[in-house]
Ligand binder design. Structure first.
Ligand code: MN
Length: 228
């Protein structure tokens, strides 16, 4: 059917070594998936079931670069995360079948208006404006699992203006990627094009206009943003 307004554009993320890009359907995020970060946020580091929130599709910033400092915050935080890109989906995906759904992996930053998130938590309100704002999901090019395999360990780090702020290891994740996919698919039907941000290690903190943020994960390359 012809559309009465221009159809929204689906974001596409570059793929390393590939000839095409990865089209984005939905963006899911896992909260508190590293025990040391759960502790620094005042939470329980024990193995509670994972919880999820979302970001709109068009919040991705493919390849990083310049990111405008968002409105309505004075405490913007960085959270470096392993991002999973799905080639297949389904409902109630068993843990053993989850890796077969994965197209590849990337480095992402879950940008967070921490002041709005704290206020929302206090009042029992939703996190959408704290997490799902414009440009809130910078992401590196995707590395296909066919080239890399499925990383379950390896360094994950982030530095601001050359000073290290976050360093962890994928092996510290409370819920491993296949478990995250299994849990998430019990709530929603996953589909090709979905991205899952899998949580951040400790060391989250504020960034301001002019800051240069570099981050990376072993085997997945690096992502850099500059706050404008
Ligand atoms: Mn996060």
């Amino acid at each position: 059917m012809p559309t009465v307004i221009p159809a929204p554009v689906m974001p596409v993320i570059p793929v390393r070594g590939g000839e095409g890009g990865f089209p984005v359907r939905r963006i899911y995020c896992v909260g508190r998936n590293y025990a040391d970060h759960a502790r620094e946020m005042g939470g329980d580091p024990n193995r509670e079931p994972p919880f999820f929130f979302g970001k709109p599709q068009d919040t991705v910033v493919p390849g990083g670069g310049e990111v405008p400092y968002p409105s309505r915050t004075s405490n913007l935080h960085h959270e470096v995360e392993l991002v999973v890109a799905l080639a297949r989906g389904g409902r109630d995906i068993p843990v053993e079948a989850a890796e077969a759904c994965i197209y590849g992996y990337a480095v992402g930053i879950d940008l967070t208006r921490r002041d709005l998130q704290a206020a929302a938590k206090d009042k029992g309100q939703p996190w959408d404006t704290a997490k799902g704002f414009d440009h809130s999901a910078p992401i590196s090019p995707i590395t296909p699992a066919a080239a890399l395999g499925h990383p379950s360990s390896g360094a994950i780090w982030l530095e601001v203006n050359g000073t290290e702020r976050q360093r962890g290891d994928l092996a510290q994740m409370t819920w491993r990627v296949p478990e995250v996919i299994a849990h998430l698919s019990s709530y929603v039907a996953l589909a090709p094009g979905d991205l899952i941000f899998t949580g951040t290690p400790s060391g989250v903190g504020p960034i301001v206009r002019g800051d240069r943020v570099r981050c990376g994960i072993d085997g997945l390359g690096e992502l850099e943003i500059v706050l404008a």
